[in-house]
Structure formats: structure tokens, C-alpha cells
Design a protein around this ligand. Structure first.
Ligand code: SDX
Length: 436
């Protein structure tokens, strides 16, 4: 029997078949079960896709047991310390780190596409001021498909490249516009003289009455550095729920902006990218270090829906390397922006309690990327309801990279899972007057 196959025997029927064992550069080998139904008349059943690889990808590698995260082979710790978000976005999209000249051109192209079509800006007036920014993001990003559709030829690599670039470029402009709309201020236009994170901060925090000099003065280099780091750490993460959503939507050939809007919808959930906002709400609910045991008890109680937000991960059964890096940055940012905010101390104490607790140890529940990110965003004066929007800006780099990878494949099939049917067997219709 070949070393590169797996035998599956149906003991129910005695039938057996061989399936190819596919090995990647790193990580868990996979069984190619594409012919399982044809050869053995079976489907696999894996709700939540705990043991299911949906695709091949060269972009990001995660080792959950060892807490390893590589972007195109580069360790996240090295990129976090030495790179910028735009350079990492280039790496994820193109597969290699850019030369100085390529990065310069990439940054200029991004800058060129940051502006929104003026009639798209009108979309914001349709939202109440208190609409959740993620609801606005879903709507406005999806509406980009109304501005870039007819002329898009998805078979043309250059059209695909420009579409990806546009998405990455416009996301901060749309995100900042959501915030300005929520506080009743006019949209601030992007500037050609500012770097990606600086531009976002300028669009986010500029006030109508300020001069450009005042606006420039309020862009703090520590804030820019912290944002670059947070965006790098959130840029991609293999086949997480929102990236898988983008891939599944894109498999039908749908407009790429509409597919990214689907990814934003998936990211919003508190089990996924919405956790950073939920962590802050949880810390505020816990309130004091004295209350931690009570809330840990709730988190362990199966009858209590309360979960420790920012803890646990489908893949990491060790420290999420991003959480470790963010925790270190918390110290630096909070030292620079002295606040009397007790939440960081409370988060450190909560982490300490949880990591000593049998339940969390046994279930390998460690802090994930969302546990500390909200504390930094809060110190940077980003409002809570914008935390997941920040995640959207960063993860757009990953979403468009996976979209480009998938669309460049010579053959990609529509994603169409099957099911285990547990409903009624065939039965006949009975007229209303005969029903009991
Ligand atoms: C992100 O996939 C990605 O890569 C995501 C992400 C990315 O970059 O894209 O890393 C970003 O989404 C991080 C995760 C943010 N979410 C949260 O912090 C929400 C809180 N965490 C949980 O909801 C949960 O841990 C998940 C959703 C993250 C993972 O869910 P799984 O893999 O389905 O795990 P599970 O729910 O099956 O949990 C296994 C056990 C269960 O107990 P038993 O049924 O075995 O008795 O652990 C328990 C769970 O009840 N558990 C928790 C818990 N997380 C899991 N118990 C208390 N508090 C928690 N946070």
C-alpha cells in the first residue's frame, strides 16, 4: 500500500477505497476526499470545519500547538518589529517583500485610490447617527460593487490587482467616514502627503475647525507606530471564518467588493472579530479584580451563556503569538498615554487568574489577539464600536490576498458543501381541512 494514500473502509458495507495523502510545506497532511462519494457513496461530516481543509494556500501558516504564525514564511514577531502595514500588505498580496522602489510605487498607488466617489459619500446620510459602524461598513463597502462592476473583467489579472488595491486603499477612508458620520461631522478627505496609518488618523480625528497644521500636530508618531503594529498583527490568519466567507462568496464569481462586504459581515460576530469590542464590555462588566472569580465561575458554567471574551481559539492551543506582542505594546502605549484607565490592570489580572485555572488549562484556553487589542485602541481614543472596524481595515489585506490567490487558480470550482439530512422522509400533502 502506497505511503501517499489513506485507506478508508466502510465496515457497514465492507467497501474500501484509497485516497491520496496530500502533504504541504508545513503542517498537518490532508486526505483528498474529493472522490469519497463516488468511490464509497459517503460524505464527511465536520460542522465548524474542525478537521477540514477547504483549499491550498501559500499565504499564511499557523501552528496552533507551538503558537507559530508566518506570513509568506516570515515570522509575525519579525514583521511586527521591523515592517509596516503597507509592506506586509504587499507581501501578503504578492508573495515577496517589496524592494524600496516597489514599496514606494505601491504606496503611491494606494494613496491614489483612497478617495471615494462623491456619490458614494452620500450613502452615509442614509444611516442614523447611532448606526453601528460595522453596519455602515457592510452597506458602504458592498455599495462599491455598484461603482465598480460593469468594467471589471475578473479574467484580467490587472483588473484583479487594481480591484484589490482599491479595496485596501478605500477601507480606511470608509472606516473614518463611519466614525465622522456617527459624531455628526463631515467626511474628511484623504491626503496625498500622508502615509496609510497617518491618513487614517487624520480622517478619523480631524475636526472641521482645525487648520492642516493643527491636524498634522495631533498625529502622534507613537499612535502611528501602534496602529501599524496592530494592523500587521490582524492582517491575515489563514482560513478563519471571515476569510472563508470571502473565498466562498468569490467562488461563485461574485463582484469582489460584494464578497469583501460578506467577509465584513462574518467578522462582526463576537466569536470572531467582534470579540475585541466584547472584551472591553466584559472588562467593564467585571469592573474590579475582586469580581474576577465570580466571572470565571460563570465562564465555566455550561448553563451560563457568559464566555471569557478574548480567550480561546479554534487553532491556537497555546499562546496566540499576536496576543503576546500586543500585551507588550500595551505597556508602551499606556506609558505614553497615561490614563487612569484600570482596565489594563484588570485584563492582566484576569489573564493571570485564567491561566492558573484548571478549566482553562485543561481546555487550552489562552488569550487571543482580541484580548488586549481593545485596550490599546481605547488608549488611542478609538471608540469601542469602532474596534472591529479597525480589524476590518487590517484584515482587508488578508481578504484581498486570498481573493487574488483563489482567482489566479486556473480552475476554481464553486464551493457547495453537502449535508447530513435529518428531516422528514417523503410524505404526502394533506388538504387543510383534513389536518389534525
Ligand atoms: C478571532 O479563526 C481565527 O483565526 C480567528 C482570528 C483571526 O485572526 O481571524 O484569530 C480572530 O476570531 C479570535 C477569537 C475571538 N473570539 C473570542 O475571543 C470569543 C471567545 N472565544 C470563544 O467563543 C471560542 O474560544 C472560539 C469561538 C474562539 C473558538 O471556538 P471553538 O474552536 O469552536 O471552541 P469551542 O467553542 O468548541 O470550545 C471548546 C471548549 C468548549 O467547552 P466543552 O464544550 O468542550 O465543554 O472550550 C470552551 C467551550 O465551552 N470555551 C470557552 C471559551 N472558549 C471555548 N469557555 C469559556 N470561555 C471561552 N472564551
Amino acid at each position: 500500500m502506497s505511503q501517499d494514500t489513506v485507506s478508508i473502509k466502510n465496515n457497514n458495507t465492507g467497501e474500501q477505497a484509497e485516497f491520496s495523502l496530500l502533504k504541504g510545506t508545513l503542517g498537518t497532511p490532508t486526505i483528498d476526499i474529493g472522490t469519497l462519494n463516488k468511490n464509497l457513496g459517503l460524505f464527511t461530516y465536520d460542522p465548524g470545519f474542525v478537521s477540514t481543509a477547504s483549499c491550498k494556500s501559500n499565504i499564511t501558516y499557523i501552528d496552533g500547538e507551538k503558537g507559530i504564525l508566518l506570513y509568506r514564511g516570515y515570522p509575525i514577531e519579525q514583521l511586527a518589529k521591523q515592517s509596516s502595514f503597507l509592506e506586509v500588505a504587499y507581501l501578503l498580496m504578492n508573495g515577496e517583500l517589496p524592494t524600496e522602489n516597489k514599496l514606494f510605487n505601491f504606496s503611491n498607488e494606494i494613496n491614489h485610490h483612497t478617495i471615494l466617489h462623491e456619490s458614494l459619500s452620500g450613502f452615509f446620510s442614509g444611516f442614523h447617527y447611532d448606526a453601528h459602524p460595522m453596519a455602515m461598513m457592510v452597506g458602504v463597502v458592498g455599495s462599491l460593487s455598484a461603482f465598480y462592476h460593469g468594467q471589471l473583467n475578473m479574467e484580467d489579472p490587472e483588473h484583479r490587482r487594481i480591484s484589490a488595491l482599491r479595496m485596501l486603499a478605500k477601507m480606511p477612508t470608509i472606516a473614518a467616514a463611519c466614525y465622522q458620520h456617527s459624531i455628526g461631522y463631515p467626511i474628511v478627505y484623504p491626503r496625498r502627503d500622508l502615509e496609510y496609518c497617518e491618513n487614517f488618523l487624520n480622517m478619523m480625528f480631524s475636526l472641521p475647525s482645525q487648520t492642516n497644521a493643527q491636524r498634522d500636530k495631533q498625529i502622534d508618531p507613537i499612535t502611528v507606530k501602534a496602529l501599524n503594529l496592530l494592523f500587521i498583527l490582524h492582517a491575515d490568519h489563514e482560513q478563519n471564518a471571515s476569510t472563508s466567507t470571502v473565498r466562498l462568496a468569490s467562488s461563485t464569481g461574485a463582484n469582489p467588493y460584494a464578497c469583501i462586504a460578506a467577509g465584513i459581515s462574518a467578522l462582526w460576530g463576537p466569536s470572531h472579530g467582534g470579540a475585541n469590542e466584547a472584551v472591553l464590555k466584559m472588562l467593564m462588566e467585571i469592573g474590579t479584580i475582586e469580581n474576577i472569580p465570580k466571572y470565571l465561575k460563570k465562564a465555566k458554567d455550561k448553563n451560563d451563556p457568559f464566555r471569557l471574551m478574548g480567550f480561546g481559539h479554534r487553532v491556537y492551543k497555546n499562546f496566540d503569538p499576536r496576543a503576546t506582542i500586543i500585551r507588550e505594546t500595551c505597556h508602551e502605549v499606556l506609558a505614553h498615554f497615561p490614563t487612569d484607565d484600570p482596565l489594563f490592570e484588570l485584563a492582566l489580572a484576569l489573564e493571570e487568574y485564567a491561566l492558573k485555572d484548571e478549566y482553562f488549562i485543561e481546555k487550552k484556553l489562552y488569550p487571543n489577539v482580541d484580548f488586549y487589542s481593545g485596550i490599546i485602541y481605547r488608549a488611542l481614543k478609538i471608540p469601542e464600536n469602532m474596534f472591529t472596524v479597525m480589524f476590518v481595515i487590517a484584515r482587508t489585506a488578508g481578504w484581498v490576498s486570498h481573493w487574488l490567490e483563489m482567482m489566479a487558480e486556473p480552475t476554481h470550482r464553486i464551493s457547495r458543501p453537502r449535508q447530513l439530512y435529518t428531516g422528514y422522509d417523503k410524505r404526502d400533502y394533506t388538504p387543510t381541512n383534513l389536518r389534525k
